[in-house]
Design a protein around this ligand. Structure first.
Ligand code: SAH
Ligand code: SF4
Ligand code: F3S
Length: 492
């Protein structure tokens, strides 16, 4: 399956909209027998690796797997590019500017590669699943040694060996996606742990590249997920984040059992681990049973990231989001009724092809109606191969930019107001580390994921503390450390 630059086209199957949509029900194979061959376990002895990660938490977590693999091959981490013997760019393809960053970086790395020809330079992640990107790297950045896709991570040991001994670029990108490899090593750091519950996406929103770069939806078996979460609890992690492009579709692909995301959350709720988060929820599959389970609270935190993308039914339809504004608002109403403290955040796209001023205003009015605490906002970016890229788009870029500013201004009013409501309250905060700009100030998160700054001793990093909130700027909140230790019970 590995190949050189010359005949790569036989092996590289680019994402195709029509083929991908034909996705069948073929068996998902779960493999439990992964291991690194004996002869590759010392291959990285006295050598160093550096990985630069772009994109979402799925990619961040893949990087942990790649680190785990490299360390089992005796490589050690470094932050210093000059010391590195292997540099990997784990890339994101979701918007054009994500790709631009990577091409810019490749330009910089060329110099390093010329200075140190033994350096192995690799590109992996979502960009490597795109044919146009692979072609561009082959033409303009032929000094790259290795390209591997999102379904080929477990093949890294063999590919790396090949790249070391081959004079030509080694490319392995599978569009085959039916498999789940269970026991890959993972190098987790810190106090929070990511856990994949499913891979891929079958939603095919018309603007989005992810169903092509990540393949079809496939859920990990409940026993495997629960065993991993139990193990993380035993290791002392304070928070886990369950990951999937559309976690509400969890279990839809099981043919032998009726077990969905609500069931999984109900089981994970019983595990002794202080905080459990999940991302991302798709509004269409968010069912009543899940709301019922989340309302039980405990370690299930009251923060729900629920991307709406647009407040206009016409745009939602052309995005193929498969819900309406009314459905979304009804879902929000149900969530708020069942979980009164729930904090909702979202993703919103402005300037989708043909979005009129009136349609944009519907997004603004939806934002006001829901009162999101925060939202990630984006200007639509055409992605080659997706249906929206072929839609007529007559909205000038400046108009799109102005809409983004207006949307952010609207959102900030709500972020600030929701922060102000916390003034005077004492909140449970998990201290994550030093704050970005001031090492004397620690930064942590509330259950609702609000960023909190507090002056307190560094020994508290990794601990739960209580903070009395005194100041509430827009993007974080600030307060005084309340010295009484946090009771175990309130952590759970
Ligand atoms: N699976 C997640 C999101 C994955 S991508 C979900 O469905 O919510 C994260 C966000 O990037 C999306 O929610 C969307 O708002 C944004 N996005 C995806 N494709 C985009 C594009 N082509 N242009 C602009 N924003 C995009
Ligand atoms: Fe992309 Fe839509 Fe899938 Fe999210 S649900 S990853 S936006 S196709
Ligand atoms: Fe980007 Fe791939 Fe995530 S395209 S957003 S890294 S799934």
């Amino acid at each position: 399956m590995t190949t050189s630059t010359k005949d790569y086209s036989k092996y590289f199957q680019p994402p195709s909209y029509t083929d991908a949509k034909k996705r069948g029900k073929e068996e998902i194979e779960v493999h439990y027998d992964f291991s690194i061959p004996e002869e590759l376990r010392e291959i990285g002895k006295d050598k160093h690796y550096l990985i630069q990660t772009y994109g979402c938490q799925m990619n961040e977590h893949d990087t942990e797997t790649i680190k785990g693999l490299l360390e089992q091959m005796s490589y050690r981490p470094t932050e210093d590019r000059k010391q590195a013997d292997i540099i990997l760019l784990n890339t994101c393809a979701v918007r054009e500017n994500a790709e631009d960053k990577v091409f810019g970086e490749l330009g910089h790395l060329k110099k390093l590669k010329l200075e140190k020809p033994s350096l192995i330079l690799g590109v992996c992640g979502c960009m490597s699943q795109e044919e146009g990107v692979v072609n561009r790297i082959m033409k303009k950045h032929p000094f790259v040694d290795l390209i591997f896709g999102t379904h080929n991570i477990h093949r890294l040991p063999a590919l790396l060996k090949e790249a070391m001994f081959s004079k030509e670029m080694v490319i392995e990108v599978w569009s085959k996606e039916g498999d789940i490899i269970e026991n890959l090593p993972k190098k987790r750091e810190g106090i929070k742990a990511w856990v994949n519950i499913m891979y891929g996406c079958d939603k095919f929103c018309t603007y989005c590249i992810v169903p092509y770069t990540r393949g079809k939806e496939r859920s990990r078996r409940p026993d495997d997920v629960i065993a991993e979460v139990r193990d993380l609890a035993r290791q002392g992690f304070k928070e886990i984040m369950l990951l999937g492009q559309n976690v509400n579709a969890y279990g839809k692909d099981f043919e032998d059992i009726e077990y969905r995301f609500g069931d999984l959350m109900d089981d994970i709720r019983k595990i002794d681990l202080p905080r459990v988060r999940f991302t991302t929820s798709h509004p269409r599959d968010f069912d009543d049973h899940l709301i019922e389970v989340l309302a039980k609270g405990g370690n299930l935190v009251e923060h729900i990231h629920l991307p709406v993308q647009s407040g206009s039914n016409a745009i939602l339809k052309r995005m193929s989001r498969k819900y309406t504004r009314e459905h979304y608002l009804e879902l929000v109403r149900k969530i708020k009724a069942a979980i009164p403290d729930a904090v909702l955040t979202s993703d919103i796209i402005v300037g989708f092809p043909g979005e009129t001023d009136e349609q944009f205003e519907e997004t603004i009015s939806l934002v006001k109606e829901v009162g999101f605490d925060m939202a990630f906002t984006f200007i639509y970016s055409p992605r080659e191969g997706t249906p929206a890229a072929d839609m007529e788009d007559d909205i000038p870029y400046e108009v799109k930019q102005a809409r983004l500013v207006r949307l952010n201004d609207t959102l900030n009013v709500f972020s600030k107001a929701s922060n102000e409501r916390l003034k005077g309250q004492t909140l449970e905060v998990l201290i994550e580390g030093e704050s970005k700009n001031n090492p004397n100030v620690l930064a942590g998160r509330t259950r609702t994921n609000k960023l909190v700054h507090v002056e307190a001793p560094k020994e508290l990093i990794g601990q739960f503390v209580h903070v009395h909130i005194t100041e509430t700027p827009t993007f974080y909140i600030k307060g005084d450390w309340v010295k009484e230790p946090v009771a175990e019970a309130s952590q759970a």
